[in-house]
Every structure is written in C-alpha cells, then in structure tokens.
Design a protein around this ligand. Structure first.
Ligand code: PHE
Ligand code: NA
Length: 560
C-alpha cells in the first residue's frame, strides 16, 4: 500500500459518491430524450438487455481495475492498465496498453467536460430564471437563444459551478468529495421524489386527450413494430445510453474505486451503484420529463417544432399527410408553413399517434427537451411552475455536479500522482484547463455536438480496452479472483461467460455502429484540433508517468 493515500471514510459515503458519479444529466435529460426519440417501449427492451449483459459486467471490471491500481498508489488508467497488462505481456508491450488507455481516459475527461460543465452551468442559470419567472410569458426557444448569446451570463453560472467543484475536490476524497455527496445525493433523491409525486397526481391539466398516463404508457408498453423497423438505431442508442449513464469507459469509476482498501468489497458495491443509478434513471428520470411533456403536449408542440424534428426524416411527415415534395424538401420553413395551414388535422394525427408526437419533442436537439420544451410546461402551471421549474433545474444541477466532481478528481489525481503537483494547487490548474477547453463551446457553433458524437464513440472504445486489459491480459482467472476478494456476494458461475464472451460481443454493436455514424458526421477543424491536442497531451503524460515509476523493469523487459 502506498503511504498516506486517501481512502473513503465510510461505506455509505463511498456508495453515495459512486451513485453521484453515475447519476447525472444522463438520467434526467439524456434518458428521456433517447426514449422519446426511439419509440418509447421499443427502446426499453434493448436497454435492459444492454444493462444486464454489458453494463453490469463492465461496471464490475472497472471496480476491480480501480481497486487493483489503488493498491499500487494509482488512481489513473495509464499505470494501472500497465500493471494489469504486465500479467501476461513483457513490460515493453504492456507499456503500450497502459499508454493508450491513459491517453483515452485523459482526453475523454477534458473533452466531455468542455461542454458538460456548461450544461451544468445552464441548469444553475435556469433554476434562477424559474424562481424569478424570467422566461414566463416569453417564447422559450428565443429566451434560450438569448441566454446563450449572453456570454458574460453564461460564464458567470459556469464559473460559480466550477469554483465550487474546485473547492470540493481540493478538500480531498474523504474530507471533501465524500462530505459533499453525503449532503447532495440524499437531497437529489428527495427533489426527484417530490417531482414524481406531483406528476402522479397531475392527470391531464390542459387537454383531456393528453394525460400523464399516456406518457407512462408510451414508455412501458413494448413497441415491437417500431423496434423491428428501426432495430439497429434503437440498439445503438440503448447501448450508448447504458455506457453514458453508468459513467463507464471514462476511467472515473476506476478512479473512485482506487480509494478502496485492498480487501474492500467490489462485487456488491458495483451492483449497488448500478441499482441506485437505474432507480434514478428508469423510475425517477422516466417519471418526470416524458409524462410532463405528454400532459402539456399541446402547449409545447408547434408547427415549427415538428418541422425541425422531422426535416431529415420525411417518412414521418408523409405518414402525417404532408405531400412528398414538401416532406422531402428538407426546408424547415416550407414544412412548417404547410403544417400550420393544416394544423388541426396534424394535431388530430398526433393525438392518435402519441409516439410520433413525443418523438418530435425528443428529436429537437436533445437539450431542447429540458431547456425549451419543459419550460413551457412550467409556464402553464402558473406560479406553482416557478417552484417546480426551480426544483427541476436544481435537480439537474446537483446531478451534474456530483458527476463532474468525479471527473475533476480524475484530472487532479493525475497531476498529483503522475506529475507530483499538490492537490490544492492541482485543483486550480484544472480550473484553467477547463476554462480553456470550454471556450470553443461558447464561440464555435456546432462544436459541442461534434465533440459529443466523438466522446460517445471514445467511451465505447475505452470500454473495449477495459475488457481486453483488465480481464484478458490480466487473465480471466485473476480477474474472477479479484472480483471475489473481500466480496460481500458471490457472483454466480453462469455469469462468468457473460463477462468473458457476451459483453465483448455486444460491445461490438455500438462500436461499429458509431464508427459508421461518425463517418457520416463531419468533424470540423476546431473539434479535430481539440481531439488531437488532447490525445497528444494524454499520450505524453501517460507514457511519462509509467516510465517514471516503472523505468527499471522496462529496461530489463523481463516477464515478472
Ligand atoms: N453518468 C453521467 C450521467 O448520467 C454522465 C457521465 C458520463 C459522467 C461519463 C461522467 C463520465 O450523466
Ligand atoms: Na447516470
């Protein structure tokens, strides 16, 4: 054991920290958006398959890898994966597995944070705008646009968020992070439960044709026809969501697990993390945004929204009765003006095909769901909507914040352990890095979406490294033994082939699918440069950190 390395002080603190890590904007914003875009009940079938066969295995793998690295004083992937690969490779070959894994993890953290922190900042701002009623009586789409255009304001709420993060992380793992999450996570669950309670008594507040029950039906009745027709896309979306929501393929589960003692349980704790996240996603996250959007559908939908949602998916417009040439024009104004002339019939169609209506809301730029669609629902609630809106955005802020702490700590640990920079200095270095990395998000339009598409791909790629290095190169028998070291539960023997064979096979679906969709997305120069720069820095950093610590055995290059 490394001298003086911080450890979690309490079991409950560890579990809440891990839950905080996993529960994020993904649960309350990304999940409902994905459900709405992918046919509701059609999405849930592959979602649970991916959870069981891919999410749980990779969660365990990352806990095992993290605790293993922690034994040698490492909370970053470079040195940890070097040590694991060394179990079956000569040091000089193992080095490359460590270097590449470390590079992927570092660049992911910085790239994801360049926009994730802005989203959290927006939530802080919108909590304020809800309380003060700033967007009430206005066009919420325009309001959002104006907010984004006001860079001072955007930076103010970003700044408040990041400074608080720096303070929390600066206090250390047991004295900082653990204490903060012990307050924030229970509050987060309480906020969410209050909202779900309200949704349950809401019924149909504006139009008898649209009730919260319709929203629940949309999610919970399996839609086999939709699934069959859009199988590849739905499968891809579901596996992608499982990775994102469980914080897998980033290195941050490993980082948190590295602060365990060598005999602390990982098997049951890994399952506890998954359960807390899934409760917050499927039960809570699934019972707020979609039922609300359904109950207030008529206040949210507009010809313009439908046109934007389906401008690249003419088949949906044609089903609604839009003439072929207009549907295929790809022109929002043309489509929108047709829709407004026939709005009565269109609304009738959407009332009978609620899944298409909800897809329209989900399709309009993922974030639109919470920042422009739901605010319309809050406005319709009158004064209660101010409180309810504030609660919603505060919930998002807490959820995002506790995930961002984990990523922040990853970079601080990297500076501390690999480069010898003290924690209280490192936290402010990270703040400067984040500031610089976040600038293009404000100034370059399209940058965020491109980086996001890339990040989803790289997450999946790193998960493949998890399986190759922490299971196969580490040797499956060692892995199984480590998983049960100090474990509070026995993983049934029949689950072993799922981890060994089914998980990597299932992983190939999103990986190949994403390569295909990335080829279709154009990464413009700013995004390309950011990715390359982060790769180069990550490469040098993780190469240097492994060399520094294990230079001698690398010289000899003998099997250990
Ligand atoms: N799991 C987080 C969420 O659901 C997102 C996240 C992904 C955070 C990867 C950190 C790393 O929002
Ligand atoms: Na999550």
């Amino acid at each position: 054991m490394e001298q003086g390395r911080d450890q979690w002080a309490t079991k409950i603190g560890l579990i809440l920290a891990m839950a905080g890590n996993a529960v994020g904007l993904g649960n309350f914003v990304r999940f409902p958006t994905q459900v709405a875009q992918n046919g509701g009940g059609a999405f849930m079938v592959p979602y649970f398959i991916a959870l069981f066969f891919l999410g749980i295995p990779v969660m365990w793998i990352e806990w095992v890898a993290g605790r293993y690295g922690g034994k040698y004083g490492h909370g970053t992937l470079g040195p940890t994966y070097y040590l694991m690969a060394r179990e079956s490779l000569k040091p000089r070959s193992a080095l490359w597995w460590g270097v590449i894994s470390g590079m992927l993890a570092f660049s992911l953290t910085i790239l994801l944070n360049s926009y994730y922190l802005h989203l959290i900042g927006w939530s802080a701002a919108y909590s304020w705008f809800s309380i003060t009623g700033a967007y009430f009586g206005k066009n919420t789409g325009e309001f959002f646009g104006n907010y984004l255009a006001n860079h001072t304001q955007v930076m103010l709420f970003w700044g408040i968020t990041v400074i608080l993060l720096a303070i929390a992380v600066g206090q250390g793992v047991s004295k900082g992070i653990e204490r903060w999450v012990k307050v924030m996570m229970p509050l987060l669950y309480v906020f969410a439960i209050i909202m779900v309670g309200y949704v349950f008594v809401l019924g149909s507040p504006v139009d008898p044709n649209w009730s919260t029950i319709d929203g629940f039906k949309f999610i919970w009745s399996p839609n086999w026809t939709y699934l069959k027709e859009h199988f590849a896309a739905v499968m891809l979306a579901a596996t992608g969501q499982i990775f994102f929501t469980l914080s897998l393929g980033m290195g941050i589960i490993q980082n948190y697990a590295s602060y365990l003692g060598p005999k602390d349980d990982v098997a049951l704790s890994g399952i506890a993390t998954v359960s807390l996240n899934e409760f917050a996603e499927v039960v809570l996250g699934g019972s707020i945004a979609i039922p609300l959007a359904t109950a207030y559908f008529t206040k949210i939908v507009s010809p313009d929204l439908v046109a934007k949602a389906f401008k690249d998916a003419p088949s949906f417009l044609i089903q609604m009765g839009v003439p072929q040439d207009i549907a295929k024009s790809g022109n929002v104004d043309t489509i929108s003006s047709y829709l407004s002339q026939h709005w009565g019939e269109i609304m009738q169609y959407l009332t009978q095909h609620k899944d298409i209506g909800l897809k329209a809301i989900g399709n309009t730029f993922g974030l639109g769901f919470s920042y422009t669609s739901l605010p319309n629902a809050f406005v319709s609630m009158g004064d209660a909507g101010r409180l309810f809106g504030a609660l919603w955005f505060l919930l998002l802020w807490f959820a995002g914040f506790t995930s961002a702490i984990a990523m922040y700590n990853y970079v601080v640990a990297l500076l501390e352990e690999d480069l010898g920079i003290k924690r209280n200095v490192g936290t402010w270095v990270v703040l400067v890095i984040y500031f610089l990395a976040g600038l293009p998000v404000i100034y370059i339009s399209g940058y965020m979406d491109q980086v996001d598409a890339w990040v989803s791909f790289q997450l999946t790629l790193l998960a493949l490294f998890d399986i190759i290095v922490a299971v196969y190169l580490f040797k499956p028998d060692n892995f199984w033994k480590e998983l049960h070291e100090g474990a509070w539960m026995k993983v049934p023997e029949w689950y072993r082939p799922i981890i060994l064979y089914i998980a990597p096979l299932l992983l190939m679906i999103p990986l190949l699918g994403m390569v295909k969709s990335l080829i279709g997305t154009t990464l413009e120069w700013p995004a390309r440069i950011a990715i390359i720069v982060m790769w180069v820095i990550g490469f040098i950093e993780s190469y240097y950190s492994i060399k520094k610590k294990y230079g001698e055995e690398l010289e000899k290059n003998e099997v250990i």
